[in-house]
Design a protein around this ligand. Structure first.
Ligand code: PLP
Length: 399
């Protein structure tokens, strides 16, 4: 460990409130799918700042639009019009069935907005006292109090009670339990199509079909949290499109502005009636600077066919990882996921594998004890993925 790193780590520990166990790397700059630390060591990025920098680091077109817009107009508040907002909204709405969008600042805030919208829609449009939000065990919806209440993982709720009321957690993948959890009091069922934080866990076809049947029967809204899965990550623009769903509300955030904080609540025209002027808001959300950058992100994703690229590159990558599983079934339990959102579940403790990967120059995320979560930038080259699977193979053979 270098002196520069040690000095920085000590200052960080002395000044920043400890909510993260950080990786022992201090990044200085990046380019595309490559990152460089303070000592000039190079890394291949298979994390993308947790599914955020989908277009890679220091993308020249984003740098240009960011500096041009900053020099023109960065912030207005939502009390005034600006052209960048609707321009982005048009691009975003062209990728899906949603009719309206509300911009905000993060994934948690987008989900919080979705929960508020579902409840208010039920009361003001449907005239029903349906306020319950049903979510799934293993889910992750954010760190605010309401999104924490929605999150189906007890360990991250510890110490924060009392949490907001009206949230029901259903066991993952259990159709009968879901049928028992929903009723006329349900405002919404809120799901991730592929649970990310728990280790890349997709919903099954049958389970999704059951949600749809229950939705028709009880009239609740379907909310899909696409904060991690959205915007081409899984090989379609939105993960729910793999299942042919039309959610009433879905949320986006992580890659929307490729590293600037931005979230969005997308909704059907009907669901949009749940909000009215004065009912919800944000100071920063949807400002011209963020909207200009996000519009460029969407333009590039569409122009460069990044959904298709993620699907193809993801298949190729999953194939490489599957070869490792076939070679070492005692060490690799399963490779799962869609597009460039992949999980490798190991049969051996993950920490030493993850540490050795980091030492070899690969930044990946370890979730739980044994799952490597792989979220490379969508622009990553196949050669980088080959280098990663070679390194992983070498490490696993030695363990
Ligand atoms: C990251 C994430 C969130 C929270 O987003 P923040 O921007 O950290 O608030 C919510 N839902 C899912 C599925 C996520 O992956």
């Amino acid at each position: 460990m270098s002196k520069a790193f040690a000095t920085l780590a000590a200052l960080d520990a002395a000044t920043i409130c400890h909510t993260y166990a950080r990786y022992p790397v201090a990044l200085a700059h990046g380019q595309g799918a490559r990152l460089y630390d303070l000592d000039g060591n190079e890394y291949i990025d298979l994390l993308s700042g947790i599914a955020v920098t989908s277009l890679g680091h220091a993308h020249p077109e984003l740098v240009r639009v960011l500096s041009e817009q900053a020099a023109r107009l960065a912030h207005t508040s939502n009390l005034l019009y600006h052209a960048e907002g609707p321009a982005l909204a048009e691009k975003l709405l062209a990728t899906c069935y949603a009719g309206k969008v509300f911009f905000c600042n993060s994934g948690a805030e987008a989900n919080e907005g979705a929960i508020k919208l579902a409840r208010r829609f039920m009361r003001t449009v449907r005239g029903r006292e349906a306020c319950e939000i049903v979510t799934l065990e293993g889910s992750f919806h954010g760190r605010t109090l309401a999104t924490l209440a929605a999150t189906g993982q007890d360990k991250i709720k510890e110490g924060f009670g009392p949490l907001p009321q009206g949230f029901v957690t259903a066991p993952f993948g259990d159709i009968e339990a879901l049928a028992a959890a929903v009723s006329g009091r349900t405002a919404a069922v809120m799901v991730e199509m592929i649970q990310g934080e728990i280790g890349v866990r997709p919903l099954s076809e049958e389970y999704v079909a059951a949600i749809e049947e229950l939705r028709r029967k009880h009239g609740f809204l379907l909310v899909v949290d696409e904060v991690q899965t959205g915007l081409c990550r899984t090989g379609k623009f939105w993960a729910h499109q793999h299942w042919g769903l039309t959610p009433d509300i879905f949320t986006a955030a992580k890659p929307l502005a490729n590293g600037l904080p931005m979230g969005a609540v997308l909704m059907s025209e009907e669901a949009a009636q749940g909000f009215a002027p004065g009912s919800h808001g944000t100071t920063f959300g949807g400002g011209p600077l963020l909207c200009a950058v996000a519009a460029k992100v969407l333009e590039i994703m569409t122009r460069d066919h990044l959904a298709q690229r993620a699907a193809e590159t993801g298949l190729y990558f999953a194939g490489l990882l599957e070869e490792l599983r076939q070679e070492m079934p005692d060490k690799v339990a399963e490779v799962r996921g869609l597009g460039l959102m992949l999980g490798v579940e190991l049969n051996v403790p993950g920490k030493p594998v993850w540490e050795e990967l980091l030492r070899s120059g690969f930044i990946v995320n370890l979730v739980g004890e044994r799952i490597l979560r792989l979220l490379p930038p969508l622009i990553i080259e196949r050669e980088d993925l080959e280098l990663f699977s070679l390194a992983l193979g070498k490490i696993l053979r030695k363990i």
